[in-house]
Design a protein around this ligand. Structure first.
Ligand code: SF4
Length: 262
């Protein structure tokens, strides 16, 4: 379901990143969404070190598949102010077969767990991310249990709705999970981790698809430039707090229960 699949051509933008980051507004959080930034670890670590040293007000949120860390990265990561970096790392299932199938790489979950432990050892803040899909939705409560036992050191568990673009669009019928109908597994999983002291969040969920008791866990996470509302949203009392939809979310394959909340 990757929303940004590989392109045929790559232009290395690293020489421009530092100049751009140093021009960021005061106290900004800069998101690095990839491709996979740790394929360029030397450049990435040097860039982070330089910007974090020169701009003590800035922080970073970095999306990574968590496949490429190794013990030899310890000096470079130890040299970074980890209090100003959050690493967003995907884990799709407690079942290695499902996780590996989603990411298309045999052995990926095993490697990921080793590297999450590495990130923990270097004091990194981890936002574990699980995109909700038909293949992994039924196992969400088991994943919740797995997280509390194996990964209690994470900062946040984010359960995310799918984006209909890139591979997500190509595989939409097989992937999209209508959480407006089947919220029960999501609610049970979120309740479980929270009962064990792990923070949980719901990203990219239209608020009217989420039961009221869970809406405070669902911030408006869809970027403003790709956010859209529908005719049903007119007059909705939740619109100011609701992140709405990805602009390209298809009407015919979307949520079955949806509508303005008075
Ligand atoms: S009707 Fe629209 S604005 Fe209201 S909660 Fe649903 S998606 Fe959000």
């Amino acid at each position: 379901m990757c929303s940004q699949p590989p392109k045929e051509h790559h232009v290395d933008m690293f020489p421009y990143f530092e100049a751009a980051a140093l021009l960021a507004p005061e106290s900004a959080t800069i998101g690095i969404s990839g491709g996979e930034p740790t394929l360029f670890k030397a450049q990435l670590f040097a860039f982070l070190k330089s910007v974090l040293d020169k701009r003590p007000d800035l922080s970073f949120h970095i999306l990574t598949n968590g496949q490429h860390f190794e013990e030899g990265d310890r000096p470079a990561t130890a040299g970074l102010d980890q209090t100003r970096i959050v690493w967003g790392v995907p884990l799709y299932s407690h079942d290695p077969a499902i996780h590996d199938q989603v990411v298309g790489k045999p052995g990926a979950q095993k490697r990921l767990l080793e590297n999450l432990a590495f990130l923990c050892r270097v004091g990194a803040a981890i936002e574990l991310r699980t995109v909700l899909m038909q293949p992994n939705a039924p196992g969400l409560p088991q994943l919740a249990r797995f997280i509390t036992v194996m990964l209690p050191f994470i900062r946040t568990w984010a359960v995310m709705q799918t984006e209909n673009i890139g591979y997500g669009r190509m595989n939409w019928k097989a992937l999209f999970y209508d959480s407006s109908e089947g919220f029960e597994v999501v609610g049970r999983a979120v309740d479980f981790v929270r009962s064990r002291g792990v923070d949980a969040r719901l990203y990219n969920f239209p608020l009217c698809t989420v039961p009221e008791a869970y809406r405070h866990l669902a911030p408006a996470t869809i970027s403003d430039w790709k956010r859209a509302y529908r005719a049903e949203c007119e007059g909705c009392s939740l619109k100011a707090e609701c992140g709405g939809f990805f602009e390209w979310h298809p009407r015919e394959h979307g949520y079955s229960k949806l509508g303005a909340v008075q």
